[in-house]
Design a protein around this ligand. Structure first.
Ligand code: MG
Length: 371
């Protein structure tokens, strides 16, 4: 076997001599032979394939430590590793895209409610559980009525979900693990401490980031394998801030059509995005509950945060997967469009989930924006 000099191997692999030296030091691409006398390095032509793999993985911006791991695996395991890396990269990109959109709006002054919406009115909140919150009436650019309801369902012993509607906040959280119930409650409590009405929409980003951090700290302190999803809307004038992590969902009913405005952070959703499974396969996938992201106490949870302009007549629904996995979207649309009172809508949606067997805790929060 004729070995190639470093220069010849560099030309053939399109890697620089300097890069080859670095990759040798990092154990990514070890020369086949090093002359003990001169220190010259020589490569086997069969190593070109690995060299090309390293080049391609570098083009994906994969860190060198991860590349070393991939190079040590057989082809199917390496493929799986690259797939996982790319799913994480895309999730990160989505978060950054949302943040960029938010900042563009913020810096161009489009999030100042007084620029676009001069008039103010009262927003009146109501809850179907606990106290009626007439004192939630507050100045807002649009009048909003809302209600929330959480139910254990028919199979689970306890309820680890939490739902809230009041004070300009609509939220659902779906706790899991040993301390799922306190985790979901803590997540919503952290958001309740954000006084969105006193903040300009642009300042909401920082306040929400802090609240998410506090919620995550609270989950961390519960200890043990536990966590929660969190999907919430906070009103600030006519703007809505959307906070989302996990597989609870937010829907918008506008002009009669129902749109899902959150993206599930699940393994199944990422497989669906990559075209590896169909929507039907996703619906019955055995691992459909597996979350890629949640508030689980680990540092730096990647929460989706964005601003959304509410319009008169908009209807919003937040729900846990206890609703979305068992009630067809068309049914959800029909109830959300057809009920005049938010309390009626949440009651009927929870009843539909239970009529479908109620296999999971189910939570709904609905907001109707006045015309
Ligand atoms: Mg659930």
């Amino acid at each position: 076997m004729d070995l190639l000099t470093t220069g010849a191997f560099a030309r053939a692999s399109r890697l620089s001599v300097k890069a080859l030296r670095l990759y040798d030091e990092l154990g990514l691409l070890t020369p086949a032979y090093v002359d003990p006398r001169t220190g010259y390095r020589f490569y086997d032509p069969a190593q070109l394939e690995q060299a090309r793999l390293v080049v391609w993985l570098r083009r994906l911006d994969m860190p060198l430590a991860a590349i070393r791991q991939v190079c040590g695996l057989d082809a199917p395991a390496a493929a799986e590793q690259v797939r996982e890396f790319w799913a994480r990269t895309e999730a990160d990109l989505t978060t950054r895209r949302d943040l960029a959109a938010f900042l563009i709006g913020h810096l161009s002054g489009k999030d100042d409610p007084m620029n676009e919406h001069g008039q103010t009115a009262k927003a009146v909140a109501s809850r179907t559980e606990g106290d009626a919150t007439a004192d939630d009436a507050r100045a807002a650019a649009l009048s909003v009525r809302y209600a929330a309801l959480s139910d254990a369902g028919l199979v689970r012993e306890g309820n680890q979900d939490a739902a809230y509607a009041g004070g300009g906040l609509l939220a659902v959280a779906d706790g899991f693990g040993e301390h799922g119930a306190p985790a979901s409650t803590a997540a919503i409590e952290a958001l309740r401490r954000v006084d969105a009405a006193t903040l300009r929409p642009g300042d909401l980003l920082n306040a929400l980031q802090d609240a998410v951090h506090q919620a995550n700290e609270a989950v961390h302190e519960l200890a043990g394998p536990t966590g929660t999803t969190l999907t919430a809307l906070l009103w600030s004038g006519a703007s809505l801030a959307l906070v989302h992590i996990g597989d609870s969902r937010a829907y918008l009913l506008r002009d009669g059509d129902l749109f899902q405005i959150t993206h599930d952070h699940t393994l199944v959703q990422s497989m669906l995005d990559e075209g590896r499974i169909t929507a039907e396969e996703a619906a019955s996938h055995p691992q459909r509950a597996l979350l890629l992201r949640a508030l689980d106490g680990a540092a730096g949870p990647a929460v989706d945060l964005r601003l959304h302009d509410a319009r008169p007549g908009d209807r919003y629904l937040l729900c846990s997967d206890g609703l979305s996995t068992v009630v067809p979207q068309e049914e959800v649309r029909r109830v959300l469009a057809g009920r005049a009172e938010p309390a009626q809508a949440v009651r009927e949606l929870v009843d539909l989930a239970n009529a479908a067997g109620g296999p999971d805790n189910v939570s709904c929060a609905v907001a109707l924006v006045g015309a």
